[in-house]
Design a protein around this ligand. Structure first.
Ligand code: LLP
Length: 422
């Protein structure tokens, strides 16, 4: 569930770093990532899909600058969904021509900035977004490279809250409307039709939904080409699942086979947008047991990490595997691990494989590299936690822990202003 994690003489190490010692010296909660695991995930993805398929990492999964920098150095492009993510990608030196702008709600300012930056492609999700992009491009007298994100009406068979390709989901343009809209792109002097995009959801554990979605995109591509419209690029989205301790994620080689079978014959430039698959299994969240509340069926174990640090269990009933950082034997005792936040949803789940935990024990939530730190909040005035990158026996604090003073500083200038004088 976490690559590079191994028990070494009674200690749990990430690469060659003893996580118990690290947690003791830096404090908890803290996210820790393995740079070797990230590099390995990128390389195996690249080898599976082939050198000619570009990989644009979905920054939303983990936008830490050090992680983006590492991926950028490996040649990875970026899939962004906001001006903030654009700024992050540019800050680590990602060439604009490796940046794709996705998302249903791009603002005028974000569109303008992305155009001025000269990004590779806008994945457009609605007719009204198309109009705005054309309008902003006209103001600059440029042509915006546009791919239409199509909603293929395919169920990704994942959690409903992270499925995006069903009819009625807010994402993409309905297949029936795509042809007319693509013609509209081609007819505009300020829009350049470059291709199609599709993304069916996240933590997808089966290849069949990909096969169906890609086949529909292939059909649409042929239909558009038959009317003389150019479709040079296909963006196949992300979503490949990882291991959270149950179920086997799709094998990369088989995924690449689905890509070849469905769209290989179209001779299009292909892009994929994995997020979770590149960083998810490369990270852990370390936390410490604060209190035990004994109960008949399962002890309630209160840890110092909460739903504000790792929201996935509260949002999607996700269960992250847990290991003790100093594993010990003895009879197992069922426990429900919960956080300190004042919400009943602040619970990580029921675990039955651990010995009776005690205050002071440190544990790790595994497979926490994606959508962990990235989705954190400061709810309950809890500062954003630190993030650490490990490389062999070395570590770097790639984000220090936020202070409460920093949080409060945003609220410092709260004087009254009069609308009448504006
Ligand atoms: N491309 C697009 C257009 C996306 O919307 C997403 C994710 C990706 C690529 C990357 O998907 P991935 O390969 O990481 O599955 N917070 C949720 C996941 C939300 C995914 C949103 N979109 C979670 O923690 O499970």
């Amino acid at each position: 569930h976490t690559v590079g994690l191994s028990p070494v003489g009674g200690a749990i190490q990430l690469e060659a770093v003893d996580l118990e010692k690290l947690a003791a010296s830096l404090g908890t909660p803290v996210y820790v990532y393995s740079s070797a695991a990230i590099a390995e995930a990128y390389r195996s993805f690249k080898i599976a899909v082939g050198e000619d398929v570009s990989i644009c990492y979905a920054v939303k999964a983990n936008g830490n600058l050090s992680i983006l920098a590492q991926l950028a150095q490996l040649g990875c492009g970026m899939d962004i969904v906001s001006g903030g993510e654009l700024e992050r990608a540019l800050a680590v030196g990602v060439p604009p021509l490796r940046i794709i702008f996705s998302g249903v709600g791009k603002t005028r300012e974000e569109i303008a900035w992305a155009l001025d930056t000269g990004i590779h492609q806008f994945n457009v999700e609605s007719a009204s977004e198309l109009d705005l992009i054309a309008c902003v491009a006209e103001g600059r007298n440029v042509r915006a490279p546009v791919a239409l994100r199509v909603n293929p009406d395919v169920d990704a068979l994942s959690h409903s809250k992270i499925s995006t390709g069903r009819k009625g989901d807010k994402f993409g343009i309905a297949l029936e409307q795509a042809t007319a809209l693509y013609a509209r792109v081609a007819a505009s002097p300020f829009l350049e039709p470059v291709g199609l995009a599709v993304h069916i959801g996240s933590q997808v554990m089966h290849l069949e939904p990909y096969r169906r979605a890609y086949a529909r995109i292939a059909g649409l591509t042929e239909e558009l080409r038959a009317t003389g419209l150019p479709v040079h690029r296909l963006d196949l989205g992300g979503g490949l699942g990882i291991s959270y301790g149950h179920g086997t994620p799709p094998d990369l080689g088989s995924y690449a086979g689905v890509v070849r079978d469905t769209v290989g014959h179209l001779c299009a430039e292909l892009t994929v947008e994995p997020g979770r698959r590149l960083v998810g299994e490369a990270g852990v969240l370390l936390t410490q047991v604060l209190y035990i509340k004994p109960a008949e069926d399962a002890d309630i174990v209160v840890v110092d990490a909460g739903m504000n640090d790792l929201a996935r269990p509260a949002l999607y009933e996700a269960l992250h595997p847990v290991t003790m950082l100093r594993p010990r034997g003895g009879p197992t005792r069922p426990c429900r691990i919960v956080g300190p936040v004042c919400e009943s949803a602040d619970a990580f789940g029921l675990y039955t494989h651990l010995p009776a935990l005690m205050p002071g024990d440190r544990i790790a939530f595994l497979s926490a590299g994606a959508y962990g730190a990235a989705m954190a909040s400061t709810y309950n005035a809890r500062p954003l936690v630190a993030e650490v990158l490990v490389d062999g026996s070395r570590y770097a604090i790639i984000r220090r822990r936020q202070t409460v003073a920093e949080m409060m500083a945003l609220e410092a200038d709260s004087r009254w202003r009069d609308m009448k004088s504006n």
